[in-house]
Every structure is written in structure tokens, then in C-alpha cells.
Design a protein around this ligand. Structure first.
Ligand code: BEZ
Length: 328
């Protein structure tokens, strides 16, 4: 099935219809159909078709149907996939600067996260996408990251010794190792089986993903840490982008910037809504501060400020957004 989608993408995306060149585009993402990113892509498809008078059609492939993010990135680079909503994982593993966006405790909540993604450092990172064969079209985001654990977390305990699901992103793996945990990278579509059968005993996720997968039913604690942001990068294949007309590019730029802004704006309410649903359903939601990570936050910053100096710029911007931001 995956191979079929891939080869169809290579073969032909141009169809001569009604005297104008119609174009069939495809967008991939790892999120399921119910997720805000997928809804945004579906809305984008409808607007694109309407505003191009039916000439540009966009097929949406959720849940990693086109492959995982490494595979989607390859397809984008080869010009076999037009568009994607990507997490930072594969980008940061090719250019470590992208990983600064998940620095712990940069912001307090999703509203501040959205502002940070509208800032200069995020824009500078977007300019680096060309070197990866991509054209950046804007930032979205998911909810603030929280931590779920399947075994009880006694008062004063840390996450050390637990097998925690992460995304495959070097800065995130490093953070969890510094916290004494065993980070286990798993993509979203594989998470339910891994948690419900005990292959992992904790995870980093958000309130939305927790509720939609009923992960609270397998958790002794839902730790409201909000310790990291989780950006989404809307990208086009640079190859495909170069082959498009100026008008089509302008339309895509505008519509995708609009959808990304809508996604950013929605997450403060999405976080609140799913947190409330969890509490009302009796889920064990408790506060968790930086102390649950031992000294990981401070040692992480000491290392990554040197490895990726752009982080210092991002911290400076974050401090303007959140003047009481703690220094680590
Ligand atoms: C995750 O892997 O945790 C994730 C991926 C995409 C959107 C939200 C969460």
C-alpha cells in the first residue's frame, strides 16, 4: 500500500482537465484523522480546491500512511511527495539547531509557545530548511508536553529508572538519559500497543494524545509538567515547489500560513479542554515540576548551549515573552 502511494506520486501529478492543467497534490502526516493537524490539512485541501477553482486538489494521508517521518522526508527530497506536516525529529537529526525548539521550560503554556514560534529564531530555522531539500511554509504546534507513568510516582521521586517513550529526536533522547530514564523512541501510531502491553512504562505526550488514546486508563499518574513545546513544521518538497507556477506558490503560501496560524492559536484551548476532560473522567492528573527530572534540565542546557549556540538567542526571546522564566 505504502509503495503504491509512493510510486503513484512519482508517475504523474498533472492532469489536463477542462482546458487547464489540474494538479493532484499529496500531504502526509503521522497524526490520526481526529487530530488537529489532520483537520487543518483537510481544511487546507477544501480551501485549495475552492480557491483554485478546482485546479489544485490535495489528498490527505494521515496516520503515517505514506511511511514514517524519515520515509516522508526522503519522498519530499526526491519530489515524490508534495507537502507534509512534520515534527522536529528528522529535521533535528540532520541539523541539530532544529532541536533547540524543544528546550525544557522555555515557555509556560501554549499561548507563549505560539508566540515563540512566530519569533526571529524560529524564522531563522525555517530558512535552513532549503539545505534539507524542503521549502518551509510555517509552524504549527501540538499541546505542551506532559509525562505519563504506568507505575506510581511517590512524593519526591524522579523519573529515573523508567522506560519512557519519546520521539526520535537527539535533544529529547539526551534529556531523558540525563534524567536517568531509558528513552524509547516510538512513533505515535505504535504507541498504544507499546503502552497497553507494558513494553514501555511511561511516555512524553500531550493532553490531547492522552485523551484520544485513553492512555489515562493505563497510567498511575498523568504529570502536568508542560516542560517542552512540540512544534510542527509545514513543508513542501523544494523540487516540487520549484516546478510550480508563481500563482500556485502564492496561494499555497497564504493558505498554509493561515492553517498553521489557526493550529498555533487553537492549542491553548485544546490543552485546557483535554486537561479538563481528563480530570472530569477521574484521571490521576497531578502537577510535576522540573525536580522530577533530577538535574537534567540544568545539565541539558549546559551541553546544548555550547553545541547549538542559537539556543541562547531563543532563550533571550523566550525571556521577553515570559519575563519570570526561571534560569537553569
Ligand atoms: C507525538 O509523537 O507525540 C506527536 C506527534 C504529532 C503530534 C502530536 C504528538
Amino acid at each position: 500500500m505504502r509503495f503504491l502511494h509512493w510510486s503513484l506520486g512519482i508517475v504523474a501529478t498533472l492532469v489536463f482537465a477542462g482546458g487547464v492543467m489540474a494538479q493532484d497534490l499529496r500531504i502526509g502526516m503521522v497524526t490520526p484523522p481526529s487530530h488537529r493537524w489532520t483537520q487543518g490539512a483537510t481544511e487546507l485541501a477544501a480551501r485549495l480546491e475552492a480557491e483554485s477553482d478546482g485546479r489544485l486538489k490535495l489528498a490527505v494521508f494521515p496516520s503515517g500512511q505514506l511511511g514514517n517521518e524519515a520515509q516522508m522526508l526522503q519522498q519530499l527530497q526526491a519530489g515524490a511527495l508534495d507537502l507534509a506536516f512534520l515534527t522536529l525529529g528528522e529535521l533535528a537529526n540532520r541539523d541539530a539547531d532544529f532541536g533547540i525548539l524543544i528546550a525544557p521550560y522555555l515557555v509556560q503554556d501554549a499561548t507563549q509557545a505560539a508566540r515563540l514560534l512566530e519569533g526571529q529564531t524560529a524564522a531563522a530555522l525555517r530558512d535552513k530548511l532549503g539545505a534539507l531539500g524542503l521549502h518551509g511554509l510555517g509552524y504549527g504546534m501540538a499541546g505542551m508536553r506532559i509525562v505519563l507513568v504506568s507505575r506510581p510516582m511517590p512524593e519526591g521521586a524522579t523519573v529515573a529508572g523508567r522506560k519512557i517513550r519519546t520521539v526520535p529526536l537527539q535533544q529529547e533522547l539526551d534529556f531523558w538519559r540525563r534524567a536517568g530514564a531509558a528513552p524509547t523512541p516510538l512513533p505515535l501510531p505504535e504507541l498504544f500497543d507499546a503502552y497497553s502491553n507494558g513494553q514501555i512504562d511511561g511516555m512524553q505526550i500531550d493532553f490531547e494524545g492522552t485523551w484520544n488514546n485513553r492512555f489515562q486508563d493505563y497510567s498511575a499518574a498523568v504529570l502536568d509538567t508542560r516542560h517542552m513545546i512540540f512544534p510542527m513544521v509545514a513543508v513542501a518538497s523544494a523540487r516540487k515547489w520549484q516546478a510550480m507556477s508563481g500563482d500556485d506558490r502564492a496561494l499555497l503560501e497564504r493558505l498554509i500560513a493561515d492553517e498553521a496560524a489557526g493550529i498555533r492559536a487553537d492549542y491553548a484551548a485544546i490543552d485546557d479542554d483535554y486537561r479538563n476532560r481528563l480530570i472530569e473522567a477521574g484521571a490521576p492528573v497531578v502537577q510535576g515540576g522540573p525536580e522530577i527530572f533530577g538535574d537534567a534540565v540544568a545539565t541539558w542546557y549546559a551541553h546544548w548551549r555550547e553545541a547549538t549556540p542559537l539556543l541562547v538567542e531563543l532563550e533571550r526571546e523566550a525571556k521577553q515573552i515570559w519575563p519570570e522564566k526561571p534560569d537553569f
